[in-house]
Write a protein that binds this ligand. Structure first.
Ligand code: GLA
Length: 573
């Protein structure tokens, strides 16, 4: 019963036109195809009915429909430069020779839904006719064409006018009687002109709204969006819920700007944000790896979670972030969670994030059933006090898990007899009390070919690390966990520019002082036998416990490790 109450609570006083109960999923032309109107020279990529028909076909044929994608959305540049002689909107007839109703029919005949773009202003952002002065007839035109989703932009209008203009067009859309999702750009234009958006009014008018920059084909653009959502979470999260969503803009997965790992990150973060999933990618040429990201059912399930609660950033320190979104099932007023560990460090090796569920605020005594959402690994049931470790690749990578609350002590949702399980496919996983994994030496796992990960106590090391002729202490206390021992050279070798060439006088490099002496670089230069060499490791005195503690970093050469301490106010539940 309680969870029913929780479902109901966030949706008080917001637009309830029955649409977008979960964030809409579909395809949108803009980010990838922009305003390419040159069908003569570039017929495959220009904004034309052909492009949208092909995308509709591919959404079905390639199985995107099967995982939930429904909308085929036209963006800017579909219009003719003038209205017709009766004042109605009309498409560019060369590029849309069959007309907009026919395009809608084509899309509907495939079981999909039809989206269109307009602008509350004199012009669209690309300079085509806007709806100002024609609100009623344009809403009616969209109804006649069978439109299911209207994105209404805000170029060439005054942000002051939007507080009345967006609701007015919403009124005319409702008046048509046709259910059409209403996607607004109202808050972003107001914020940028220094106004404070009236979110009470916005969530009563729009199914979704943009609050930040247009997404571009780059990781830095995705990062800026992530930061905006984190930095403004106290203002924007409360506005999201079934029927009304913040829109951080399109998915750019499968294009040119994101690495594979960063693409996984966008998908994971958009799930945490409860964001619309609007792919803007060429579905004709997308590579299988990226297609798989877009079709990841487990992440889509978090995105579409019926509670509709947007997630938040609960931890951000030194490039490591933790984000969490409350999801079903709920038990005794405690949520389950989708959790993302995001590593924005650029120091080349995975970072180890170590935390107890309790530290995050997940304190259900019977624990949580934990599953990795990208690599099919099920950890099993983890109780709140157990230390949970994940290795997160650098440069914008994530580990995403789902923590389903376990009901009661025995039995319930999942059997918890066995406790947390190490990954079965990892030949040298050593999971002696904690959770963790490291890839196989053959590199088939993401973190392949690394020194085995050590977990827990009582482990007898078959291949101990020796430092200065001594076994380097119990595994847990090792400093160089991921690096094999590299004995100091008897005679220091010259480094560049004379590297490897005997008898060439060595010229010490002129590095700016302190430049390489920073823990993020993971290596250092020092003087040995009068020569300045790259030792491949840091000076001993720099790895004193205080220094390390000071930097929040336990290990100097290997991975950055962090024992997460979440601030009380940021804890979950
Ligand atoms: C604005 C919007 C974009 C896109 C373009 C089209 O910039 O924010 O999403 O629709 O206009 O011109």
């Amino acid at each position: 019963m309680l969870w029913l109450l929780l479902i109901w609570m966030p949706s008080i006083s917001a637009l309830d036109n029955g649409l977008a109960r979960a964030p809409p999923m579909g395809w949108l032309a803009w980010e990838r195809f922009r305003c390419n109107t040159d069908c003569e020279n570039d017929p495959h990529n220009c904004i034309s009915e052909r492009l949208f028909m092909q995308m509709a076909d591919l959404i079905i044929a390639e199985g995107y429909y099967d995982v939930g994608y429904r909308y085929v959305n036209v963006d800017d540049c579909w219009l003719a430069h003038d209205r017709d002689r009766h004042g109605f909107l009309q498409p560019d007839h060369k590029r849309f020779p069959s007309g907009m109703k026919a395009l809608g029919d084509y899309i509907h005949n495939r079981g999909l839904k039809y989206g269109i773009y307009e602008d509350y202003g004199n012009y669209t952002c690309a300079g085509y006719p806007g709806i100002l002065g024609h609100l009623k007839e344009d809403a009616e035109t969209f109804e006649r064409w069978g439109v299911d989703y209207v994105k209404l932009d805000g170029c060439y209008s005054h942000p002051n006018d939007m507080d009345s203009g967006y609701p007015e067009f919403g009124y005319w859309l409702n008046k048509t009687g046709r259910p059409m999702i209403y996607a607004c750009s109202w808050p972003v234009y107001q914020t940028y002109s220094g106004m404070k958006p009236n979110y009470t009014s916005i969530i009563n008018t729009c199914n979704l709204w943009r609050n930040f920059d247009d997404i571009q084909d780059s990781w830095s653009s995705v990062e800026r969006t992530i930061d905006y959502y984190g930095d403004n979470q106290d203002i924007i999260i409360a506005n999201a819920g079934p029927g009304h969503w913040n829109d951080p803009d399109m998915l750019i997965i499968g294009n040119f700007g994101l690495s594979y790992e960063q693409s996984k990150t966008q998908m994971a973060m958009w799930a945490i944000f409860a964001a619309p999933l609007l792919m803007s990618v060429d579905l004709r040429t997308i590579k299988p790896d990226y297609k798989a990201i877009l079709k990841n059912k487990k992440i889509i399930a978090v995105n579409q979670d019926p509670l509709g609660i947007q997630g938040r950033r609960i931890y951000k320190q030194k490039g490591i972030e933790i984000w969490a979104r409350p999801i079903l099932p709920v038990y005794r007023s405690k949520y389950s969670y989708g959790i993302v560990f995001l590593n924005r460090r650029t120091d080349g090796t995975p970072s180890e994030v170590s935390v107890t569920l309790k530290e995050l605020g997940l304190d259900n005594p019977a624990g949580y059933h934990i599953e990795d959402l990208y690599d099919e690994h099920v950890y099993g049931v983890v109780t709140p006090d157990r230390r949970f470790k994940v290795d997160v690749n650098p440069s914008g990578s994530v580990v995403m898990i789902r923590c389903d609350i376990v009901k009661g002590r025995n039995g319930g949702l999942f059997s918890n007899e066995f406790g947390a399980q190490p990954r079965q496919s990892d030949s040298f996983v050593l999971d002696l009390g904690n959770i963790g994994y490291r890839g196989n030496l053959d590199g088939t796992q993401p973190f392949g070919a690394q020194y085995p990960q050590i977990r827990g106590q009582g482990y007898v090391d078959p291949d101990p690390v020796i430092v200065d002729g001594q076994v380097a202490g119990p595994p847990n206390n090792r400093i160089f966990r991921n690096a094999g021992p590299s004995p100091a050279p008897a005679v220091a070798q010259p480094v560049s520019p004379a590297a490897g060439i005997p008898n060439v006088p060595y010229v010490p490099p002129n590095y700016p002082s302190g430049h390489y002496d920073h823990h993020e670089h993971g290596y250092s230069f020092q003087t040995i036998n009068g020569q300045y060499v790259n030792t491949g490791k840091r000076r001993k005195r720099d790895i004193s416990e205080e220094k390390i503690a000071d930097k929040g970093c336990k290990k100097e050469l290997g991975m950055y490790t962090v024992d997460v301490k979440v601030e009380e106010k940021d804890r979950l539940n």
